[in-house]
Design a protein around this ligand. Structure first.
Ligand code: HEC
Ligand code: HEC
Length: 460
Protein backbone atom coordinates (compact mmCIF):
# COMPACT_ATOMS: atom_id res chain seq x y z
CA UNK A 1 0.00 0.00 0.00
CA UNK A 2 2.84 2.27 0.95
CA UNK A 3 4.27 2.04 -2.61
CA UNK A 4 1.03 3.29 -4.20
CA UNK A 5 0.99 6.52 -2.30
CA UNK A 6 3.35 8.49 -4.61
CA UNK A 7 1.32 7.27 -7.61
CA UNK A 8 -1.97 8.36 -6.08
CA UNK A 9 -0.50 11.78 -5.27
CA UNK A 10 0.83 12.11 -8.83
CA UNK A 11 -2.57 11.26 -10.29
CA UNK A 12 -4.38 13.69 -8.01
CA UNK A 13 -1.95 16.44 -8.95
CA UNK A 14 -2.27 15.54 -12.64
CA UNK A 15 -6.08 15.59 -12.64
CA UNK A 16 -6.39 18.72 -10.60
CA UNK A 17 -3.89 20.44 -12.91
CA UNK A 18 -6.04 19.46 -15.92
CA UNK A 19 -9.15 20.69 -14.17
CA UNK A 20 -7.49 24.04 -13.44
CA UNK A 21 -6.41 24.39 -17.05
CA UNK A 22 -9.96 23.71 -18.21
CA UNK A 23 -11.49 26.22 -15.90
CA UNK A 24 -8.98 28.86 -16.95
CA UNK A 25 -9.81 28.40 -20.67
CA UNK A 26 -13.53 28.33 -19.84
CA UNK A 27 -13.56 31.68 -18.11
CA UNK A 28 -11.30 33.90 -20.15
CA UNK A 29 -13.31 37.04 -19.80
CA UNK A 30 -11.73 40.41 -19.17
CA UNK A 31 -12.36 41.04 -15.45
CA UNK A 32 -12.47 44.79 -14.86
CA UNK A 33 -9.42 45.54 -12.73
CA UNK A 34 -10.02 47.32 -9.45
CA UNK A 35 -8.26 50.72 -9.27
CA UNK A 36 -5.52 50.72 -6.61
CA UNK A 37 -7.19 53.42 -4.47
CA UNK A 38 -10.20 51.16 -3.88
CA UNK A 39 -7.96 48.89 -1.83
CA UNK A 40 -7.85 51.46 0.96
CA UNK A 41 -5.71 49.23 3.17
CA UNK A 42 -3.67 47.54 0.43
CA UNK A 43 -3.71 43.78 1.07
CA UNK A 44 -5.34 44.36 4.46
CA UNK A 45 -8.52 45.55 2.70
CA UNK A 46 -11.90 43.85 3.20
CA UNK A 47 -15.14 44.30 1.30
CA UNK A 48 -17.54 44.71 4.20
CA UNK A 49 -20.16 47.41 4.57
CA UNK A 50 -21.86 45.98 7.65
CA UNK A 51 -21.53 47.12 11.25
CA UNK A 52 -18.46 44.85 11.45
CA UNK A 53 -16.59 46.88 8.84
CA UNK A 54 -14.06 48.15 11.42
CA UNK A 55 -13.86 44.91 13.39
CA UNK A 56 -12.55 42.31 10.96
CA UNK A 57 -9.04 40.83 11.01
CA UNK A 58 -6.80 41.78 8.07
CA UNK A 59 -7.35 39.06 5.45
CA UNK A 60 -3.62 38.59 4.82
CA UNK A 61 -2.60 37.57 8.37
CA UNK A 62 -0.57 34.37 8.77
CA UNK A 63 -2.49 31.66 10.66
CA UNK A 64 -0.41 32.30 13.78
CA UNK A 65 -1.03 36.05 13.62
CA UNK A 66 -4.72 35.45 12.99
CA UNK A 67 -4.88 33.52 16.29
CA UNK A 68 -2.93 36.30 18.01
CA UNK A 69 -5.39 38.85 16.61
CA UNK A 70 -8.34 36.92 18.07
CA UNK A 71 -6.62 36.81 21.43
CA UNK A 72 -6.07 40.57 21.21
CA UNK A 73 -9.74 41.03 20.38
CA UNK A 74 -10.63 39.53 23.76
CA UNK A 75 -8.15 41.82 25.54
CA UNK A 76 -9.65 44.88 23.80
CA UNK A 77 -13.08 43.81 25.12
CA UNK A 78 -12.07 42.94 28.70
CA UNK A 79 -14.05 44.84 31.30
CA UNK A 80 -11.92 45.82 34.31
CA UNK A 81 -13.37 45.86 37.83
CA UNK A 82 -12.52 47.13 41.29
CA UNK A 83 -9.97 45.20 43.35
CA UNK A 84 -10.04 42.59 44.76
CA UNK A 85 -11.37 40.33 42.00
CA UNK A 86 -10.27 37.13 40.28
CA UNK A 87 -10.55 38.48 36.76
CA UNK A 88 -9.31 41.90 35.53
CA UNK A 89 -8.97 43.73 38.85
CA UNK A 90 -7.35 47.16 39.08
CA UNK A 91 -9.92 49.55 37.62
CA UNK A 92 -9.40 53.12 38.83
CA UNK A 93 -9.47 54.33 41.57
CA UNK A 94 -10.36 57.12 39.16
CA UNK A 95 -11.09 56.43 35.50
CA UNK A 96 -13.18 57.36 32.45
CA UNK A 97 -14.45 53.97 31.35
CA UNK A 98 -13.83 50.28 32.02
CA UNK A 99 -12.78 48.71 28.69
CA UNK A 100 -11.21 49.78 25.41
CA UNK A 101 -14.28 48.80 23.44
CA UNK A 102 -16.66 50.74 25.70
CA UNK A 103 -15.25 53.94 24.19
CA UNK A 104 -14.19 52.66 20.77
CA UNK A 105 -17.53 50.92 20.17
CA UNK A 106 -17.19 48.34 17.38
CA UNK A 107 -13.71 49.88 16.95
CA UNK A 108 -15.40 53.03 15.69
CA UNK A 109 -15.86 56.56 16.92
CA UNK A 110 -17.57 57.84 20.03
CA UNK A 111 -20.12 60.63 20.26
CA UNK A 112 -19.37 63.85 22.07
CA UNK A 113 -20.80 64.36 25.53
CA UNK A 114 -22.03 67.59 27.06
CA UNK A 115 -22.62 66.05 30.47
CA UNK A 116 -19.87 64.57 32.67
CA UNK A 117 -22.35 62.33 34.48
CA UNK A 118 -22.84 60.24 31.35
CA UNK A 119 -20.72 57.14 30.80
CA UNK A 120 -19.24 57.78 27.37
CA UNK A 121 -16.31 57.45 25.02
CA UNK A 122 -15.44 61.08 25.41
CA UNK A 123 -12.76 62.64 27.58
CA UNK A 124 -11.12 65.94 28.41
CA UNK A 125 -7.40 66.63 28.56
CA UNK A 126 -6.24 69.29 31.00
CA UNK A 127 -3.17 71.36 31.77
CA UNK A 128 -1.89 74.66 33.10
CA UNK A 129 0.71 76.81 31.39
CA UNK A 130 4.32 75.71 31.57
CA UNK A 131 6.06 72.51 30.60
CA UNK A 132 5.53 69.18 32.31
CA UNK A 133 7.88 66.24 32.47
CA UNK A 134 9.76 65.62 29.18
CA UNK A 135 8.41 68.84 27.61
CA UNK A 136 4.76 67.77 27.45
CA UNK A 137 1.74 69.54 28.96
CA UNK A 138 1.96 70.48 32.63
CA UNK A 139 -0.64 68.72 34.74
CA UNK A 140 -3.18 70.63 36.83
CA UNK A 141 -2.47 70.25 40.58
CA UNK A 142 -4.49 67.25 41.84
CA UNK A 143 -6.17 66.68 38.48
CA UNK A 144 -3.19 65.86 36.24
CA UNK A 145 -3.40 66.00 32.44
CA UNK A 146 -6.75 64.25 32.02
CA UNK A 147 -10.07 64.68 33.77
CA UNK A 148 -11.25 61.33 35.17
CA UNK A 149 -14.95 61.87 35.73
CA UNK A 150 -15.60 58.49 37.36
CA UNK A 151 -14.27 56.67 40.41
CA UNK A 152 -14.58 53.31 42.13
CA UNK A 153 -16.88 52.83 45.11
CA UNK A 154 -15.67 54.74 48.16
CA UNK A 155 -13.45 57.17 46.22
CA UNK A 156 -14.60 60.68 45.38
CA UNK A 157 -14.36 61.42 41.64
CA UNK A 158 -11.93 64.24 40.86
CA UNK A 159 -14.28 66.49 38.93
CA UNK A 160 -16.97 66.58 36.32
CA UNK A 161 -17.83 68.77 33.34
CA UNK A 162 -20.75 70.48 31.69
CA UNK A 163 -21.03 72.25 28.36
CA UNK A 164 -23.14 74.82 26.61
CA UNK A 165 -23.36 75.25 22.86
CA UNK A 166 -22.84 78.43 20.91
CA UNK A 167 -24.49 78.69 17.48
CA UNK A 168 -23.03 80.22 14.35
CA UNK A 169 -24.69 80.51 10.94
CA UNK A 170 -22.64 80.01 7.76
CA UNK A 171 -23.89 80.62 4.21
CA UNK A 172 -22.88 79.08 0.90
CA UNK A 173 -22.73 81.29 -2.20
CA UNK A 174 -25.95 79.65 -3.43
CA UNK A 175 -27.70 80.93 -0.30
CA UNK A 176 -27.93 77.63 1.59
CA UNK A 177 -27.40 78.19 5.30
CA UNK A 178 -25.92 75.85 7.89
CA UNK A 179 -26.04 76.33 11.67
CA UNK A 180 -22.83 75.27 13.37
CA UNK A 181 -22.70 74.39 17.08
CA UNK A 182 -19.60 74.99 19.19
CA UNK A 183 -19.47 73.37 22.62
CA UNK A 184 -17.84 75.32 25.47
CA UNK A 185 -16.80 73.10 28.36
CA UNK A 186 -16.34 73.96 31.99
CA UNK A 187 -15.03 71.84 34.85
CA UNK A 188 -16.55 71.65 38.30
CA UNK A 189 -15.23 69.84 41.36
CA UNK A 190 -16.53 69.51 44.89
CA UNK A 191 -13.07 68.69 46.26
CA UNK A 192 -10.53 70.74 44.34
CA UNK A 193 -10.06 74.32 43.33
CA UNK A 194 -10.13 74.59 39.57
CA UNK A 195 -7.38 77.05 38.54
CA UNK A 196 -8.69 79.98 36.53
CA UNK A 197 -5.98 79.46 33.86
CA UNK A 198 -6.90 75.79 33.32
CA UNK A 199 -6.60 74.64 29.68
CA UNK A 200 -9.23 72.20 28.45
CA UNK A 201 -9.13 69.94 25.39
CA UNK A 202 -12.25 67.84 24.78
CA UNK A 203 -11.83 64.77 22.55
CA UNK A 204 -13.91 61.95 21.13
CA UNK A 205 -12.51 58.46 20.60
CA UNK A 206 -11.43 57.91 16.98
CA UNK A 207 -11.83 54.66 15.05
CA UNK A 208 -8.90 52.30 15.57
CA UNK A 209 -8.58 50.29 12.33
CA UNK A 210 -5.66 50.79 9.92
CA UNK A 211 -3.36 52.20 12.59
CA UNK A 212 -0.76 49.47 12.09
CA UNK A 213 -0.33 50.79 8.54
CA UNK A 214 -0.05 54.41 9.70
CA UNK A 215 2.61 53.35 12.21
CA UNK A 216 4.68 51.74 9.46
CA UNK A 217 4.91 54.78 7.16
CA UNK A 218 8.66 55.46 7.17
CA UNK A 219 9.39 58.51 9.32
CA UNK A 220 11.29 60.23 6.48
CA UNK A 221 8.22 60.04 4.20
CA UNK A 222 6.21 61.98 6.78
CA UNK A 223 9.00 64.44 7.56
CA UNK A 224 9.57 65.09 3.84
CA UNK A 225 6.19 66.83 3.71
CA UNK A 226 6.96 69.15 6.63
CA UNK A 227 6.95 72.77 5.43
CA UNK A 228 6.84 74.64 8.72
CA UNK A 229 7.61 78.06 7.29
CA UNK A 230 5.58 77.47 4.13
CA UNK A 231 8.63 77.80 1.89
CA UNK A 232 6.61 76.62 -1.13
CA UNK A 233 4.09 79.45 -0.51
CA UNK A 234 0.92 77.34 -0.87
CA UNK A 235 -0.48 78.56 2.47
CA UNK A 236 -0.12 75.10 3.97
CA UNK A 237 2.72 74.32 6.35
CA UNK A 238 2.55 70.98 8.07
CA UNK A 239 4.58 70.39 11.17
CA UNK A 240 5.74 67.23 12.91
CA UNK A 241 4.89 66.74 16.56
CA UNK A 242 7.96 65.43 18.38
CA UNK A 243 6.80 63.72 21.55
CA UNK A 244 8.31 61.78 24.42
CA UNK A 245 8.89 58.14 23.55
CA UNK A 246 9.02 56.24 26.84
CA UNK A 247 10.74 53.10 25.51
CA UNK A 248 13.36 54.99 23.53
CA UNK A 249 13.79 57.65 26.24
CA UNK A 250 13.95 60.43 23.67
CA UNK A 251 11.56 62.50 21.55
CA UNK A 252 10.32 60.82 18.38
CA UNK A 253 7.66 61.59 15.78
CA UNK A 254 4.11 61.64 17.20
CA UNK A 255 1.51 59.78 15.14
CA UNK A 256 -1.54 58.92 17.27
CA UNK A 257 -4.26 60.99 18.91
CA UNK A 258 -5.86 64.23 17.68
CA UNK A 259 -2.65 66.16 18.28
CA UNK A 260 -0.27 63.30 17.44
CA UNK A 261 0.79 63.09 21.08
CA UNK A 262 1.72 59.40 21.08
CA UNK A 263 4.66 58.06 19.06
CA UNK A 264 3.74 54.37 18.87
CA UNK A 265 0.68 52.15 18.99
CA UNK A 266 2.11 50.47 22.09
CA UNK A 267 2.56 53.71 24.00
CA UNK A 268 -0.94 54.80 22.94
CA UNK A 269 -2.31 51.55 24.40
CA UNK A 270 -0.32 51.87 27.62
CA UNK A 271 -1.48 55.49 27.96
CA UNK A 272 -5.11 54.48 27.40
CA UNK A 273 -4.96 51.73 30.03
CA UNK A 274 -3.38 54.15 32.47
CA UNK A 275 -5.30 57.39 31.94
CA UNK A 276 -8.65 56.15 30.64
CA UNK A 277 -9.06 53.08 32.87
CA UNK A 278 -6.64 53.51 35.80
CA UNK A 279 -4.80 50.32 34.81
CA UNK A 280 -1.09 50.57 35.65
CA UNK A 281 1.47 48.93 33.38
CA UNK A 282 5.22 48.88 32.77
CA UNK A 283 5.15 52.18 30.82
CA UNK A 284 2.95 53.99 33.35
CA UNK A 285 3.43 52.40 36.77
CA UNK A 286 1.89 55.08 39.03
CA UNK A 287 -1.87 55.44 39.48
CA UNK A 288 -3.23 58.62 37.89
CA UNK A 289 -4.39 59.88 41.26
CA UNK A 290 -0.89 60.03 42.77
CA UNK A 291 -1.51 63.40 44.32
CA UNK A 292 -4.66 62.28 46.10
CA UNK A 293 -4.56 60.87 49.61
CA UNK A 294 -6.90 57.93 49.03
CA UNK A 295 -5.07 56.71 45.97
CA UNK A 296 -4.79 53.18 47.36
CA UNK A 297 -1.89 52.16 45.10
CA UNK A 298 -0.80 48.63 45.91
CA UNK A 299 2.56 48.91 44.15
CA UNK A 300 1.86 46.09 41.71
CA UNK A 301 1.21 46.58 38.02
CA UNK A 302 -2.39 45.87 37.00
CA UNK A 303 -1.47 44.22 33.66
CA UNK A 304 1.53 42.45 32.16
CA UNK A 305 3.54 43.42 29.07
CA UNK A 306 1.95 40.46 27.29
CA UNK A 307 -1.49 42.11 27.71
CA UNK A 308 -0.15 45.44 26.45
CA UNK A 309 1.35 43.73 23.39
CA UNK A 310 -1.67 41.67 22.48
CA UNK A 311 -4.12 44.58 22.83
CA UNK A 312 -1.89 46.67 20.59
CA UNK A 313 -1.52 43.84 18.07
CA UNK A 314 -5.30 43.62 17.83
CA UNK A 315 -5.88 47.10 16.43
CA UNK A 316 -2.61 47.07 14.45
CA UNK A 317 -3.93 44.11 12.45
CA UNK A 318 -7.54 45.11 11.78
CA UNK A 319 -8.69 45.19 8.16
CA UNK A 320 -9.48 48.46 6.37
CA UNK A 321 -12.82 48.64 4.51
CA UNK A 322 -12.62 49.05 0.72
CA UNK A 323 -13.81 52.17 -1.12
CA UNK A 324 -17.41 52.00 -2.39
CA UNK A 325 -19.22 53.63 -5.36
CA UNK A 326 -16.00 54.26 -7.27
CA UNK A 327 -17.58 53.43 -10.62
CA UNK A 328 -20.21 56.05 -10.08
CA UNK A 329 -19.74 59.32 -12.03
CA UNK A 330 -20.59 61.51 -9.05
CA UNK A 331 -17.83 59.79 -7.05
CA UNK A 332 -15.34 60.44 -9.85
CA UNK A 333 -16.33 64.10 -10.01
CA UNK A 334 -15.96 64.39 -6.23
CA UNK A 335 -12.54 62.79 -6.40
CA UNK A 336 -11.36 65.43 -8.87
CA UNK A 337 -12.82 68.26 -6.76
CA UNK A 338 -11.05 66.92 -3.64
CA UNK A 339 -7.75 67.53 -5.49
CA UNK A 340 -8.84 70.76 -7.18
CA UNK A 341 -9.84 72.59 -4.01
CA UNK A 342 -6.73 71.32 -2.24
CA UNK A 343 -8.24 69.05 0.39
CA UNK A 344 -5.57 66.57 -0.65
CA UNK A 345 -2.73 68.87 0.39
CA UNK A 346 -3.27 67.78 4.02
CA UNK A 347 -5.49 64.73 3.55
CA UNK A 348 -2.74 63.00 1.49
CA UNK A 349 -4.55 60.21 -0.36
CA UNK A 350 -1.77 57.67 -0.76
CA UNK A 351 0.84 56.34 1.65
CA UNK A 352 3.21 53.40 1.67
CA UNK A 353 4.61 51.25 4.44
CA UNK A 354 8.18 50.00 4.70
CA UNK A 355 9.18 46.67 6.17
CA UNK A 356 7.26 45.63 9.24
CA UNK A 357 7.81 42.92 11.85
CA UNK A 358 4.16 42.07 11.10
CA UNK A 359 4.41 40.65 7.53
CA UNK A 360 0.87 41.66 6.49
CA UNK A 361 1.75 45.34 7.07
CA UNK A 362 4.98 45.25 5.03
CA UNK A 363 5.32 47.21 1.78
CA UNK A 364 1.65 48.11 1.47
CA UNK A 365 0.32 50.92 -0.70
CA UNK A 366 -2.74 52.27 1.08
CA UNK A 367 -5.11 55.26 1.06
CA UNK A 368 -5.74 56.86 4.47
CA UNK A 369 -6.08 60.54 3.35
CA UNK A 370 -3.72 61.94 5.96
CA UNK A 371 -0.18 63.34 6.09
CA UNK A 372 -0.03 62.70 9.87
CA UNK A 373 1.23 66.27 10.32
CA UNK A 374 -0.03 69.12 12.48
CA UNK A 375 -1.79 72.07 10.85
CA UNK A 376 -3.01 75.39 12.20
CA UNK A 377 -6.80 75.08 11.83
CA UNK A 378 -7.64 78.60 13.01
CA UNK A 379 -9.33 79.99 16.13
CA UNK A 380 -12.67 78.25 15.53
CA UNK A 381 -11.20 74.81 16.22
CA UNK A 382 -8.54 75.93 18.72
CA UNK A 383 -8.38 74.25 22.13
CA UNK A 384 -5.65 76.70 23.20
CA UNK A 385 -3.87 73.83 24.95
CA UNK A 386 -0.36 73.20 23.59
CA UNK A 387 1.12 69.70 23.67
CA UNK A 388 4.80 69.22 22.83
CA UNK A 389 5.28 70.96 19.43
CA UNK A 390 1.54 71.34 18.78
CA UNK A 391 0.25 74.80 19.67
CA UNK A 392 -3.31 75.61 20.73
CA UNK A 393 -4.56 75.89 17.13
CA UNK A 394 -2.84 72.87 15.66
CA UNK A 395 -4.33 69.44 15.03
CA UNK A 396 -3.07 66.34 13.26
CA UNK A 397 -4.80 65.70 9.90
CA UNK A 398 -7.14 62.78 10.67
CA UNK A 399 -7.46 59.93 8.16
CA UNK A 400 -10.73 60.07 6.22
CA UNK A 401 -11.08 56.37 5.40
CA UNK A 402 -14.25 54.70 6.62
CA UNK A 403 -16.06 57.98 7.47
CA UNK A 404 -19.03 56.99 5.30
CA UNK A 405 -19.45 53.75 7.25
CA UNK A 406 -19.77 55.49 10.63
CA UNK A 407 -23.61 55.56 10.51
CA UNK A 408 -23.67 51.78 9.97
CA UNK A 409 -21.00 51.01 12.58
CA UNK A 410 -21.74 53.65 15.23
CA UNK A 411 -25.14 55.08 14.33
CA UNK A 412 -23.95 58.67 14.07
CA UNK A 413 -21.94 61.07 11.89
CA UNK A 414 -20.32 63.29 14.51
CA UNK A 415 -16.89 64.51 13.38
CA UNK A 416 -13.82 66.55 14.48
CA UNK A 417 -11.78 66.28 17.68
CA UNK A 418 -14.65 67.14 20.02
CA UNK A 419 -17.40 65.69 17.82
CA UNK A 420 -19.03 69.10 17.29
CA UNK A 421 -19.68 68.60 13.54
CA UNK A 422 -22.92 66.78 12.81
CA UNK A 423 -21.82 65.72 9.33
CA UNK A 424 -19.07 66.13 6.72
CA UNK A 425 -20.37 69.51 5.50
CA UNK A 426 -20.16 70.97 9.02
CA UNK A 427 -16.69 69.46 9.51
CA UNK A 428 -15.44 71.24 6.39
CA UNK A 429 -17.10 74.52 7.40
CA UNK A 430 -15.15 74.46 10.68
CA UNK A 431 -11.83 74.38 8.75
CA UNK A 432 -9.82 77.61 9.07
CA UNK A 433 -6.19 78.68 9.41
CA UNK A 434 -4.11 76.83 6.82
CA UNK A 435 -7.33 75.27 5.50
CA UNK A 436 -9.18 78.60 5.13
CA UNK A 437 -8.67 78.69 1.36
CA UNK A 438 -9.89 75.09 0.92
CA UNK A 439 -12.99 75.89 2.98
CA UNK A 440 -13.70 79.07 1.00
CA UNK A 441 -13.41 77.08 -2.25
CA UNK A 442 -15.90 74.58 -0.82
CA UNK A 443 -18.34 77.41 -0.03
CA UNK A 444 -18.05 78.63 -3.62
CA UNK A 445 -19.07 75.26 -5.09
CA UNK A 446 -22.50 74.71 -6.59
CA UNK A 447 -24.86 72.44 -4.69
CA UNK A 448 -24.23 69.68 -7.23
CA UNK A 449 -20.46 69.89 -6.86
CA UNK A 450 -20.71 69.95 -3.06
CA UNK A 451 -22.79 66.83 -3.19
CA UNK A 452 -20.26 65.11 -5.45
CA UNK A 453 -17.49 65.92 -2.97
CA UNK A 454 -19.59 64.50 -0.13
CA UNK A 455 -20.34 61.32 -2.09
CA UNK A 456 -16.61 60.88 -2.61
CA UNK A 457 -15.73 61.44 1.08
CA UNK A 458 -18.53 59.18 2.28
CA UNK A 459 -17.30 56.41 -0.04
CA UNK A 460 -13.56 56.34 0.75
C1 HEC B 1 -12.80 56.83 28.04
C2 HEC B 1 -12.81 56.40 26.69
C3 HEC B 1 -11.62 55.63 26.16
C4 HEC B 1 -11.13 54.42 26.57
C5 HEC B 1 -11.56 53.59 27.78
C6 HEC B 1 -10.10 54.07 25.65
N1 HEC B 1 -9.96 55.05 24.69
FE1 HEC B 1 -8.68 55.04 23.13
N2 HEC B 1 -9.13 56.96 22.76
C7 HEC B 1 -10.09 57.70 23.41
C8 HEC B 1 -9.99 59.08 22.99
C9 HEC B 1 -10.87 60.22 23.47
C10 HEC B 1 -8.92 59.15 22.08
C11 HEC B 1 -8.33 60.42 21.44
C12 HEC B 1 -7.26 60.87 22.40
C13 HEC B 1 -6.50 62.09 22.03
O1 HEC B 1 -6.57 62.57 20.93
O2 HEC B 1 -5.80 62.59 22.89
C14 HEC B 1 -8.40 57.80 21.95
C15 HEC B 1 -7.37 57.44 21.10
C16 HEC B 1 -6.97 56.13 20.89
C17 HEC B 1 -6.06 55.71 19.84
C18 HEC B 1 -5.43 56.60 18.77
C19 HEC B 1 -6.29 56.64 17.55
C20 HEC B 1 -5.74 57.52 16.44
O3 HEC B 1 -6.38 57.58 15.38
O4 HEC B 1 -4.72 58.18 16.59
C21 HEC B 1 -5.90 54.36 20.00
C22 HEC B 1 -5.05 53.45 19.16
C23 HEC B 1 -6.67 53.96 21.15
N3 HEC B 1 -7.32 55.07 21.66
C24 HEC B 1 -6.70 52.68 21.66
C25 HEC B 1 -7.29 52.36 22.89
C26 HEC B 1 -7.08 51.12 23.60
C27 HEC B 1 -6.20 49.99 23.13
C28 HEC B 1 -7.81 51.20 24.75
C29 HEC B 1 -7.89 50.21 25.88
C30 HEC B 1 -6.64 49.91 26.54
C31 HEC B 1 -8.49 52.49 24.73
N4 HEC B 1 -8.15 53.17 23.60
C32 HEC B 1 -9.35 52.92 25.72
C33 HEC B 1 -11.01 57.21 24.30
C34 HEC B 1 -10.86 56.03 24.99
C1 HEC C 1 -4.50 72.57 6.23
C2 HEC C 1 -4.80 71.16 6.24
C3 HEC C 1 -6.19 70.70 5.84
C4 HEC C 1 -6.87 70.99 4.66
C5 HEC C 1 -6.41 71.84 3.50
C6 HEC C 1 -8.13 70.29 4.78
N1 HEC C 1 -8.20 69.62 5.97
FE1 HEC C 1 -9.75 68.49 6.60
N2 HEC C 1 -8.90 68.36 8.44
C7 HEC C 1 -7.65 68.84 8.78
C8 HEC C 1 -7.46 68.70 10.21
C9 HEC C 1 -6.21 69.07 10.98
C10 HEC C 1 -8.66 68.16 10.72
C11 HEC C 1 -8.98 67.89 12.19
C12 HEC C 1 -9.52 69.14 12.85
C13 HEC C 1 -10.15 68.93 14.21
O1 HEC C 1 -10.55 67.82 14.55
O2 HEC C 1 -10.28 69.91 14.95
C14 HEC C 1 -9.52 67.93 9.57
C15 HEC C 1 -10.78 67.31 9.64
C16 HEC C 1 -11.52 66.97 8.53
C17 HEC C 1 -12.71 66.16 8.56
C18 HEC C 1 -13.28 65.48 9.79
C19 HEC C 1 -12.48 64.22 10.03
C20 HEC C 1 -12.76 63.50 11.31
O3 HEC C 1 -12.20 62.42 11.47
O4 HEC C 1 -13.50 63.98 12.17
C21 HEC C 1 -13.19 66.07 7.27
C22 HEC C 1 -14.40 65.31 6.80
C23 HEC C 1 -12.30 66.85 6.45
N3 HEC C 1 -11.28 67.37 7.24
C24 HEC C 1 -12.45 67.05 5.09
C25 HEC C 1 -11.74 68.00 4.37
C26 HEC C 1 -12.09 68.46 3.05
C27 HEC C 1 -13.24 67.96 2.23
C28 HEC C 1 -11.19 69.41 2.70
C29 HEC C 1 -11.16 70.27 1.46
C30 HEC C 1 -12.29 71.17 1.33
C31 HEC C 1 -10.23 69.51 3.81
N4 HEC C 1 -10.62 68.66 4.79
C32 HEC C 1 -9.12 70.33 3.81
C33 HEC C 1 -6.73 69.37 7.92
C34 HEC C 1 -7.04 69.86 6.65
Amino acid sequence: MKNFLPLIITLVVFFSACKNDDSITDTVEPTPSIPDFVMAGGETTIFDITSNAFATPAPNLTPANFDKHLEGDLAFEQVFVTEPADVNPGLGPIFNNNSCVSCHIKNGRSRPSLDGNELSGFLIRLSISGLGEFGGPKGVPFLGTQLQNRSVFGVEKEATFTATEIEEIVSFVDGTQVTLHKPEYSITSSQYNIPTDIMISPRVAPAVFGLGLLEEIPEEDILNKVDENDVDGDGISGKANMVWNIKEETKTLGRFGWKAENPTALQQTADAYHQDMGITNSLFSEETCFEQEDCNHNGELDITDATLDITTFYFQTLAVPAVRNYENETFQKGRVLFEEINCSSCHTPKQQTGNSSIPSLSNQTFFPYTDLLLHDMGVGLADNRPSFEANGQEWRTPPLWGIGLMPVVNGHTRLLHDGRARNVTEAILWHGGEAEQAKESFKQLSREDREALLVFINSI
